[in-house]
Design a protein around this ligand. Structure first.
Ligand code: GLC
Length: 418
């Protein structure tokens, strides 16, 4: 089987009827940002299926515009916390928090490839994307600071980043829900979050459920509140892509609103640059300061179109490469918190690399973009379509037939042909 066929076969095997599970067993439902990347992967060979992926994710959208982190289309005993813990009475059931908003970027990507034939599908999706971006504004930045707040590490998609450690210390470990982890039954516990982190994760879920998932009260009450540089950068990128869609489908008023959000975000996200560390950082919205840990999220302002520090960021990546470190580690390999195989504390994720490579390319740094892209392909080529990769020994870790890794391989494979 060719590499392209192998990647397509993974998407097909993880297809559960119009939506793609991240991998069999470990993640048996539809995840938000996974599906956005996966939709772009489907778009390399099946437009109808690409649109279906987005449409099925939007089946989980709430009336207030939230596109949840997980849509529980079909029951499964393989995952904790399932629908009963979230306690959200919807059909289909969902979780109650967001994930990085890659969806508008995915919709634009699929439309641009599909061309005129994709217009009807995109037109139907567009108002839902508008509603989702308004949700971010109202629920997570009601004071119009230009930065959206993250209330749970899971919302960042980078669940166990050391950037959350200090802020997470404020979260009590008591839970109302009995913790019955399933992940460690599927993969080695050494690669997964530690027990005490899990208690804090569930404490937050219990707290939010207790507000009846009221966005205002969640924002007021959460003991964990950060302006994640990754989420904010991805949202800024998504706003630009939404504006491109609005040029075709929106009103002048919508375009003005989106454009003014973009202008504001550009200024404020630029302020997440930390000169001493030479990196973009996350702001702790409770403690106040920038969190002094360099993570792969700090490269994502490039993807958002902020190019002021592009050369310095590229130089860091080039320096890692010269040292033989697999690109791009999720945590700076020189940081005390670096762990090359533990979840989000060091390993490489293909989806993050794809965004970084794209940002570098758009900033005109083609050589570094090529390094990141070809390294991603090398890791997948050597280790398979793993969930993530060890940047020191290049081993594949976590689930082994991962949808978003397959999707990114399809995208990078095509780009390499050009
Ligand atoms: C983990 C990852 C998250 C991803 C999910 C499904 O929770 O941290 O980013 O969306 O798995 O793949």
């Amino acid at each position: 089987m060719s590499r392209i066929e192998a990647a397509r076969a993974i998407l097909a095997a993880n297809d559960r009827g119009g939506y793609t599970v991240p991998t069999n067993r470990l993640y048996p439902f539809q995840w938000n940002w996974d599906s956005a990347f996966v939709a772009m992967g489907w778009a390399t060979f099946d437009f109808d299926r690409a649109w279906r992926e987005i449409e099925r994710l939007l089946e989980g959208q709430w009336e207030d515009g939230l596109v949840p982190q997980i849509v529980f289309h079909a029951p499964s005993e393989d995952y904790f916390p399932g629908p009963a813990v979230w306690g959200i009475a919807r059909t289909p059931p969902t979780s109650g928090i967001p994930q990085p908003p890659v969806l508008a970027t995915a919709a634009r990507f699929v439309l641009e490839r599909h061309g005129e034939d994709g217009i009807a599908r995109a037109r139907a999706i567009y108002p839902k994307l508008v509603a989702n971006h308004l949700w971010w504004q109202r629920a997570r930045d009601p004071d119009d600071t230009g930065l959206v707040a993250t209330l749970h590490p899971w919302e960042t998609g980078m669940d166990n980043s050391p950037a959350w450690d200090a802020a997470l210390e404020r979260v009590p470990t008591e839970t109302q829900t009995e913790i019955r982890r399933r992940d460690t039954g599927h993969v080695d516990a050494a690669f997964r979050p530690r027990g005490v982190e899990y208690q804090r994760f569930i404490h937050l879920v219990d707290l939010f459920r207790g507000t009846g998932w009221d966005a205002v009260r969640m924002l007021q009450l959460s003991p964990f509140k950060v302006a994640d540089v990754g989420t904010n950068a991805i949202l800024l990128r998504a706003e630009r892509d939404l504006l491109a869609l609005a040029e075709r489908f929106g009103t002048a008023e919508e375009r003005d609103t989106i454009a003014s959000r973009i202008a504001r975000k550009e200024t404020v996200i630029a302020g997440l640059w930390d000169e001493p560390l030479g990196h973009y950082l996350t702001r702790d919205l409770i403690g106040g300061g920038l969190i002094p840990v360099r993570t792969s999220a700090g490269f994502l302002p490039l993807f958002a179109g902020l190019h002021d520090h592009a050369a310095a960021l590229a130089e860091r990546i080039d320096a890692w490469r010269r040292r033989g470190i697999g690109l791009v580690p999720s945590t700076d390999p020189d940081a005390a918190s670096f762990e090359p195989q533990r979840y989000w504390r060091g390993p490489v994720w293909a989806v993050v690399n794809w965004m970084i490579a794209r940002g570098l390319r758009e900033a005109g740094l083609d050589a570094t973009a090529d390094s990141v892209a070809s390294e991603t392909r090398r890791l997948i080529g050597d280790a398979g379509f793993s969930e993530y990769f060890n940047p020191i020994d290049s081993a594949g870790i976590g689930g082994g037939t991962f949808s978003w890794t397959a999707a990114i391989d399809l995208l990078l494979g095509e780009e390499a042909q050009r």
